[in-house]
Design a binder for this molecule. Structure first.
Ligand code: DSN
Length: 418
């Protein structure tokens, strides 16, 4: 096996796939609300020699030798996570948000226990109790949602369900809810029911870190997150919790659910958390919010109805029904126009999850690329023109060419080949 990077064999097939993916990311508008672009430094560290290391266990309690630097690394990442969010305890090992949620649930509940989560079609997440997910199969899930008139979370429903059902856990957090969540109301409901509060802040973590979104950390027993959305780290998960839950959470992640932690990803998490502690991270989060608000305004000007009437965060959810197109038609048309986004159910949607009546658009990745609010006017124009011409392939192709030309002003990973 070649040990030097200088004599590794060419793998033309793989390199071609990697180069095509880099080209896709460079030439298209990335508007999936849960995606972002890591810094070149984070990208490089994700590919470090720590990918070679087994480190099952935790610092000073490993099941393998040679873990002294893995220990140093994990302690660094944990410390930065605690500092950034003001948390008593951090577990940086979850491979993704789903395993983070699984560990949180097992730390706070037993199989069969009842919990409250947000209805998936109102903006919740699969792991908040959907019947196809472990969360709905192992535990007994009941759902709250948004009010039909305001499309804001129905906090009275949360409180009454909590009082009536006495759940073991209440889960707050969502994947496509464009408004600030009132975590205090969730805390009150949990206290009245004697329930633990688990907050999944995956979409908001970056804004929470910057102090631009209310922090759930002082209020919840356990907070889970991914590290790759607005937090702009590598793909992965993380758990923050009160000291009283630390052992249960750690034991659920390992040995309960996962084996060896991905130490190369933990290195990249440590770096990204360090980046998030820098003052310019707050500027980034401010810009991301300005961009989302400008995008919302331009979509409304063009006659699109936004769920809840707008946004407080990095994403908007468009109700496409007045335009007589479905979410899946919109997603396909945008793809042809060089804009990557995802169809999404809207509250009280009559269409299935594979068709939907909505479209979710986010500004986290475009803001990282350097776009500001005036650029969002052009982005909104690309989006609106594509959505008004979903069946016109030649118009969509022209938008795609304009998008690629526009994005050349915002270089992405200029030094990379793949
Ligand atoms: N898949 C993520 C999202 O798009 O919101 C949630 O895990």
């Amino acid at each position: 096996m070649p040990a030097s990077t200088r004599d590794y064999p060419a793998d033309a097939q793989l390199e071609s796939i990697l180069a095509k993916e880099l080209g896709r990311q460079r030439d298209r508008l990335e508007m999936i609300a849960s995606e972002n672009f890591v810094s070149e430094h984070v990208l490089r560290v994700t590919a470090s020699v720590f990918t070679n290391k087994y480190a099952e266990g935790y610092p000073d309690r490993r099941f393998y030798g040679g873990c002294e630097y893995a220990d140093e690394l994990e302690i660094l990442a944990q410390g930065r996570a605690r500092k950034l969010f003001g948390a008593e305890h951090a577990n940086v090992q979850p491979h993704c948000g789903s395993t983070a949620n699984m560990a949180a649930f097992f730390a706070a509940m037993k199989p069969g226990d009842l919990f409250l989560g947000m209805n998936l079609s109102h903006g919740g997440h699969l792991t908040h109790g959907a019947s196809v997910s472990f969360s709905g199969r192992v535990f007994s899930a009941r759902f709250y949602g948004v009010r039909e008139d305001t499309e804001i979370i129905d906090y009275d429903e949360v409180a009454s369900l909590a009082e009536r059902l006495k759940p073991k856990v209440i889960v707050a957090g969502a994947s496509s809810y464009p408004r600030i969540i009132d975590f205090e109301r969730f805390r009150e409901a949990a206290d009245r029911a004697g329930a633990a509060l688990i907050v999944d802040m995956a979409h908001y973590a970056g804004m929470v870190a910057a102090g631009l979104y209310p922090s759930p950390v002082p209020l919840a027993e356990i907070v889970t997150t991914t590290t790759h959305k607005t937090l702009r780290g590598p793909r992965g998960g993380m758990i923050l919790c009160r000291r009283s839950y630390a052992k249960a959470v750690d034991d659920e992640i390992f040995p309960g659910i996962q084996g060896g932690p991905l130490m190369h990803v933990i290195a990249a998490k440590a770096l990204a958390l360090g980046e998030a502690l820098e003052p310019d991270f707050i500027d980034y989060q401010r810009q991301l919010l300005k961009n989302a608000s400008r995008l919302a305004a331009r979509l409304i000007d063009a006659g699109f109805r936004l769920v809840s009437g707008g946004t407080d965060i990095h994403l908007v959810l468009i109700d496409l029904r007045n335009k007589n197109i479905t979410g899946s038609q919109a997603e396909i048309a945008l793809d042809k126009a060089g804009i990557t986004a995802n169809k999404n159910t809207i509250p009280f949607d009559k269409r299935s999850f594979s068709v939907t009546s909505g479209l979710r658009l986010g500004t986290a990745a475009l803001t990282t690329r350097g776009l500001n609010e005036s650029d969002m006017d052009e982005v909104a124009d690309f989006v609106c023109t594509a959505l008004h011409n979903v069946d016109d392939d030649s118009k969509l192709k022209k938008i795609r060419e304009r998008v690629a030309a526009f994005l050349r002003k915002f270089p992405l990973y200029p030094g990379l080949d793949f």
